[in-house]
Write a protein that binds this ligand. Structure first.
Ligand SMILES: Nc1ncnc2c1ncn2[C@@H]1O[C@H](COP(=O)(O)OP(=O)(O)OP(=O)(O)O)[C@@H](O)[C@H]1O
Ligand SMILES: [Mg+2]
Length: 450
């Protein structure tokens, strides 16, 4: 817990004592009274640099857009404290439960990745999946794991009477048969309807309906879907009886549905129904730290155990471009595993022809990079801090690409070994990025933070 200097000592001591008994995991509680600027700086240091989940607790009245500013600085939640520990404790217990789910086999064994970008989105998704029954929309480029993540929403759904996950691939829906696909049909309702049949809405009753590539759904079908989502009732094709159904809706798309909506290709009313919780999955280029763990995971699928990957191959894997994201990495690993014989490490020879199609092309400071920087500028982060975060990230990625070798990472970055050693000694870049330890001593740190 971090208390801004403005917090009354009695309040601080009471909160520290109360929080002692609560499991906080990687959460960080920032308590403040009047010094908003100080609180924002602490929140930013922990949320953006150390990737902690930050709960900002205001013990005095929150004025104006203070909560907004704290959220913009990276706070996961802002609470106005009116005495009593329960509101804080409830939030921290929830976060601890989410962390437990993240570490469970259902998540950790199927979804590989520990990068900050990945963990941030997964944490929120896991919380929504388990603790709400709200519709979920998953977006992201091709191969980023949208289907895997959508299936996880169903797997984690806590409904006691939960039934099946029904998947409808909207790219393969034939307009003439779509009614039957979704609504089912009565016997004899059209040529070939030799028996009555349930459609996706009936099959998903008490379960989850997963509409993959929902952006491809024709407008007419969007209107029909909207009615079922809103009223939970529908009629089979050729039928006259209203049927009821109740399902959780999970949708995925690699289109920008907000743009589709604005340009009239996706109904606004349906969009707002399905996009209550939207999760945008990062590209593999935005989570390069995850490439080697993912590669080991995929190699192990083929070879039983993940063999060692030699430095040159590891470097190649981390640096190359993956337009097909994780799917492309998976396919590449399958080819590597196929070529690899004998017990030794994966070497350059195992890459075969794949070694040629590699290094990223085009400008390195692409749209993703510019998006991050403009977000930082919009959030009011100073030039110095932006530079520092970029440097820290570059160091982390270089060390990861060099399998932990500081010496090779230094060579790659064109700096001396000593420069990286000094960074590591000061806690920056090498294994985590935290140049803000100064808050600890002066602000009543009680050992709860990560
Ligand atoms: N975090 C992950 N850990 C392990 N495997 C993953 C992960 N994310 C994705 N994959 C694997 O990558 C492949 C692509 O994932 P998925 O089909 O979920 O992507 P998608 O976003 O739905 O792609 P598309 O838009 O092309 O349909 C699958 O083989 C999936 O198992
Ligand atoms: Mg998919």
């Amino acid at each position: 817990m971090y208390c801004a200097s403005c917090v009354d000592a009695c309040v601080r001591d009471a909160l520290i004592a109360a929080l002692e008994s609560i499991p906080v995991g990687s959460a960080c509680v920032v308590v403040f009274a009047t010094q908003l600027a100080e609180a924002i700086a602490i929140v930013r240091a922990h949320a953006l640099l150390a990737d902690d989940r930050v709960l900002a607790v205001a013990v005095a009245r929150l004025d104006g857009d203070a909560a907004e500013q704290l959220m913009a600085a990276g706070a996961a939640e802002v609470l106005a404290w009116h005495g009593g520990i329960e509101p804080i404790a409830a939030r921290l217990r929830r976060w601890a439960a989410v962390d437990e789910l993240l570490a469970s086999d259902a998540v950790a064994r199927t979804l590989v990745g520990a990068s900050a970008a990945w963990r941030r989105v997964l944490r929120e998704l896991v919380e929504v999946a388990r603790f709400t029954d709200a519709p979920v929309l998953v977006t992201g480029e091709t191969g980023t794991g949208k289907e895997l993540v959508s299936r996880l929403v169903h797997a984690l759904d806590a409904r006691e009477t939960k039934r099946d996950l029904v998947v409808v691939d909207c790219t393969t829906i034939v307009p003439e048969l779509s009614g039957s696909e979704f609504f089912g049909h009565e016997k004899g309702s059209f040529t070939g309807a030799v028996a009555a049949r349930n459609g996706a809405f009936a099959l998903a009753d008490d379960g989850t309906l997963f509409l993959d590539e929902v952006g491809e759904l024709p407008l007419l079908l969007q209107a029909e879907l909207l009615r079922v989502v809103q009223e939970h009732t529908y009629k089979r094709v050729g039928g006259s009886v209203w049927q009821t159904t109740s399902f959780r809706l999970v949708c995925a798309t690699n289109r920008d549905l907000e743009v589709e909506r604005r340009e009239g290709r996706f109904r606004s009313d349906l969009y707002y129904r399905i996009a209550g919780w939207t999760f945008h999955l990062p590209t593999l280029a935005e989570r390069r730290e995850d490439i080697l763990p993912l590669a080991r995971h995929f190699l192990a699928e083929h070879l039983g155990e993940a063999p060692e990957i030699d430095d040159a191959v590891a470097q190649q894997l981390v640096r190359r471009e993956y337009r097909g994201n994780i799917r492309e990495l998976r396919q590449l690993c399958a080819r590597i595993a196929y070529r690899h014989v004998g017990p030794g490490p994966i070497t350059f020879g195992d890459l075969g022809r794949d070694h040629a199609c590699d290094a990223p092309s085009g400008p390195w400071c692409d749209n993703g990079f510019q998006r991050s920087i403009s977000k930082a500028v919009a959030m009011g982060i100073g030039l110095k801090e932006i530079g520092r975060i970029a440097e820290d990230l570059a160091v982390q990625l270089a060390i990861s690409a060099e399998n932990g070798s500081l010496q090779n990472a230094a060579r790659r970055l064109g700096v001396t070994d000593r420069a990286l050693q000094l960074r590591r000694a000061s806690g920056r870049g090498a294994n985590g990025t935290n140049g803000h330890n100064g808050h600890n001593g002066q602000n009543g740190h009680n050992g709860h933070d990560a």
